[in-house]
Design a protein around this ligand. Structure first.
Ligand SMILES: [Cu+2]
Length: 149
């Protein structure tokens, strides 16, 4: 094999490997939480997540809910600290992801990153009542997108 041919095939291999190693951001999806139901009281979001998952690393979750008004109940998005606080809907150590006014227009976007433990999402309104009685909670452990030719 000539030197230039070898160099060319080497370059091609390098390009191929670089492409294969780069994160497939073009494959990343935007998922509206709850689908057409959006983010509201009384819909089973953990069942929705189980039926619509798995979700992949770099996918974006979009939480859509109306800002507070006379005709709608306010909602929010919190990240629970661990499985126990998720199970019990205890918001004491939860982290605010989106406030009551953040779900309007295009919605509140959250990019799923690589993680060792699941994300535990919940609505934080009425001191956990929306979480416990309104079923506004679900867990997600994003998985890698593996697409090999
Ligand atoms: Cu709520």
């Amino acid at each position: 094999m000539g030197f230039f041919l070898r160099l060319a095939s080497c370059l091609l291999l390098a390009i191929f490997m670089a492409l294969a190693a780069s994160p497939a951001t073009s494959d990343a999806a935007k998922i509206i939480v709850g689908g057409p139901q959006r983010w509201h009281f009384g819909f089973n979001y953990s069942e929705w997540a189980c039926k619509n998952g798995p979700f992949y690393i770099n996918d974006t979750l979009v939480f859509m809910y109306d800002p507070p008004s006379n005709t709608t109940f306010p909602h929010s998005v919190y990240m629970m600290k661990d499985l126990k606080s998720y199970r019990t809907c205890n918001l004491k150590k939860a982290k605010l992801v989106g406030g009551v006014a953040d779900g309007g227009r295009g919605g509140l976007e959250f990019v799923l990153k690589k993680r060792k433990k699941p994300y535990f999402f919940a609505c934080g309104e009425r001191a956990g009542f929306h979480c416990s009685q309104g079923m506004m909670k679900f867990a997600v452990l994003p998985v890698p997108r593996v697409c090999l030719g």
